[in-house]
Design a protein around this ligand. Structure first.
Ligand SMILES: O=C1CCN([C@@H]2O[C@H](COP(=O)(O)O)[C@@H](O)[C@H]2O)C(=O)N1
Length: 351
């Protein structure tokens, strides 16, 4: 039997944040593709009636101000409302309903519907980060969880090309952060250190999955990545537990690395690279205080669907839904491809 080679031989990898495993099948990379191809993501033409545009009239008849930077408004079709009757206590362990309160906001990054984050200036991206922090500060006082998330590209169900994200705050701790909170706390109790602080140290030593690094942040393809070009953005100093812990140098460094990472993403297949991205940090709420969750390290997740080209995506279906996530391209190969992408956006390339 040959010696095990992680670039040749199938194996499973453990995700300690979720207590889950993924299947890695590098030998399949040579497989010919004859399946569905997505239409190349047409550059979603910004319609002049875009309801998120500065000055536009939204579906509820309200007119957006002529905002010049970020702009936040309550979602006109919110999934969570702040005041609703609560369900009665469960009568049976197999049929449990619980109270759900919250609020949903839409946050525009920029007044111009044709703008995208990689083409924004560092200053403009810094304004987005400051607004995120302001929203998390305000909503975090009242709600246990504030989910900042951006759906980008029609293939991600994004209904609107205008550069924007959403913020959903809830009275309950959703599944993803609840599992991450438990896994990180178990690790902290067992080893006396933060799982993700140690993980970053090890990744910087191994260097196999690093995509970008500056004095404050690292962007890498996690060892256990499920999506082909999935990345995490992690802080290098001060162990921030929440976005509200960031200092000015960290905020600026984050704006810089976000611009570089999304530029690399767009350059990978020369398209507006679709993804869902979001932030995970220590839960918030009225009883939370700065520094109260040393088991947590703030981090961002980029979850992009594209696999081989602007029109071939990974499907998380079948085996992935019924068994576990599976990937052919290894995290190390994905990181290398992203590292090789230029930091100059293909739309800015000097001819
Ligand atoms: O006039 C509008 C248009 C879209 N929206 C909201 O904008 C959000 C955009 O969704 P995406 O981030 O998935 O593209 C969506 O949740 C939709 O409800 C409004 O609140 N008002």
């Amino acid at each position: 039997m040959d010696q095990f080679d992680p670039t040749e031989h199938q194996h499973v990898r453990y995700n300690p944040l979720k207590d889950e495993w993924i299947l890695v099948s590098p030998h399949r990379c040579k497989r010919p593709w004859s399946g569905q191809t997505e239409q190349p993501a047409e550059e979603q033409q910004p319609d002049l009636n875009n309801p998120l545009r500065a000055g536009a009239v939204r579906s509820n008849g309200q007119r957006n101000p002529n905002y010049t930077s970020t702009y936040v408004f309550p979602n006109d079709f919110p999934a969570l409302l702040p005041k609703v009757p609560e369900p009665p206590p469960p009568e049976h362990p197999l049929f449990q309903a619980g109270p759900a309160k919250g609020t949903c906001r839409v946050m525009c990054f920029h007044p111009d519907s044709s703008m995208t984050l990689p083409l924004m200036s560092v200053e403009e991206i810094l304004a987005v980060i400051e607004e995120w922090i302001s929203q998390v500060t305000e909503l975090g006082r009242r709600y246990t969880w504030v989910q900042v998330f951006e759906n980008k590209g029609a293939v991600m169900g994004c209904s609107n090309p205008h550069p924007h994200c959403q913020i959903w705050a809830s009275s309950f701790l959703p599944n993803e952060p609840r599992v991450k909170d438990r896994c990180q706390l178990d690790y902290f109790k067992k080893y006396g250190k933060s799982m993700m602080v140690e993980y970053v140290e090890k990744e910087l030593e191994q260097k196999e999955r690093i995509v970008l690094e500056n004095s404050e942040w690292v962007a890498l393809v996690p060892y256990w990545a499920a999506w082909p070009y999935e990345t995490m953005v992690l802080p290098l100093k001060n162990k921030p537990q929440r976005m509200t812990d960031l200092n000015p140098e960290q905020k600026r460094g984050l704006a810089e690395i976000m611009k570089q990472l999304t530029t690399k993403y767009d350059n990978l297949f020369q398209c507006n690279f679709p993804y869902s991205m979001g932030w995970h940090g220590a839960p918030t709420g009225p009883s939370s205080t700065p520094g109260d969750s040393p088991h947590w390290l703030l981090h961002a997740l980029y979850l992009p669907p594209l696999l081989r080209s602007a029109s071939v995506k990974k499907f998380m279906v079948g085996y992935e839904m019924l068994a576990q996530p599976q990937r052919d391209l290894t995290p190390e190969q994905a990181a290398a491809k992203l590292r090789d992408c230029s930091n100059v956006h293909y739309k800015n390339k000097k001819d």
